[in-house]
Write a protein of this length. Structure first.
Length: 314
């Protein structure tokens, strides 16, 4: 490096080295220029550091850069948002409205019921001409259809069951009901079916509620009879005695069926203790019930397998 390239700092360092050589004697100390250059850089670095520290202690006159509070973060977009945010707080949406269904009116009488109240219902329905069947005290499908017809006629909800509104309207339009209408007496003995006038026949008249034992057109004796309900009706038609059992007990209902004369599957003519006790307040499960022990026993003894059984309405 030429002399013109030596800085004032380097000159001071070289002067210090020359004085040190003079103090140690006449021997010349040879310091390579590269080493001198490195020492010079080190001294300059120390001086610069010391100067920075002095500036910090005394306070720099250069103002510090200010950072805008609204300046966007690094990497954030500086463009304005497409939609200005709404500063007004949104109101809480109202809770969903609950939809309530109108409960069905409670039924006072409905299909499957039985008893005196059903008899009164049937008698009233007969009086307003929407029910033409017999008053049995059993609320079955026939009675249900009659109730629905009454409800339709008077613009009531057509449920087929008797609620308070239906009953109130029925009582109003049917008026007073007598006991004889609720418990009608069996009609007079009806005419014999033509099929009963030939041979040996158990002739069963559902209209007259009678069982007659007929031989060659001559009635031997007559018994009161009760039949199945609307749920288990006694089938009508011409049949014959298939088998007999003096002390039969129902395997299905576990009830006593003395003097049973079977004519159609499980249906038979037999004595009924319930019919003897309650009369027409009840019904059978499809059999023909009698309530005279003596006459039923006589019928059992006189009939034979193969004798005809005719069930009809007079």
């Amino acid at each position: 490096m030429g002399a013109a390239g030596i800085t004032s700092g380097e000159a001071r360092v070289m002067d210090a080295v020359a004085r040190a050589s003079a103090n140690t004697g006449t021997q010349e100390v040879l310091v390579p220029r590269s080493r001198v250059f490195l020492c010079t850089i080190g001294l300059l670095a120390i001086a610069a550091t010391a100067g920075c520290r002095l500036d910090e202690a005394a306070g720099s006159s250069r103002p510090a850069p200010t950072v805008s509070a609204t300046a966007p973060a690094i990497g954030a977009s500086t463009s304005e948002p497409a939609i200005e945010p709404n500063s007004t707080p949104t109101s809480t949406p109202p809770p969903p409205t609950k939809t309530t269904t109108k409960p069905k009116p409670k039924a006072m009488l409905e299909r499957g019921d039985s008893g005196t109240a059903v008899r009164e219902l049937q008698a009233r329905l007969r009086k307003v001409r929407v029910f033409s069947a017999s008053v049995t005290g059993f609320f079955g499908p026939v009675t249900q259809r009659a109730v629905r017809a009454f409800q339709k006629k008077y613009d009531l909800e057509q449920t087929g069951a008797v609620d308070r509104a239906t009953w109130s309207k029925l009582v109003k339009v049917s008026g007073v009901i007598t006991r004889s209408e609720m418990f009608p007496a069996p009609p007079a003995t009806g005419a014999l079916d033509p099929q009963c006038k030939v041979g040996r026949v158990i002739c069963i008249d559902k209209t007259a509620r009678r069982v007659r034992w007929v031989v060659d057109g001559t009635v031997q004796f007559t018994l009161d009879a009760r039949f199945g309900s609307e749920f288990t009706p006694t089938r009508e038609g011409r049949f014959q005695i298939v088998w007999k059992d003096r002390d039969h007990v129902s395997a299905l209902y576990h009830t006593s069926m003395p003097f049973a004369m079977f004519f159609n599957g499980g249906q038979a003519v037999h004595y009924s203790p319930d019919f003897a006790a309650r009369g027409y307040a009840g019904a059978s499960h499809g059999c023909v019930n009698t309530r005279s022990w003596g006459l039923t026993e006589r019928l059992f003894d006189e009939t034979r397998i193969g004798d005809a059984v005719v069930v009809y309405r007079s």
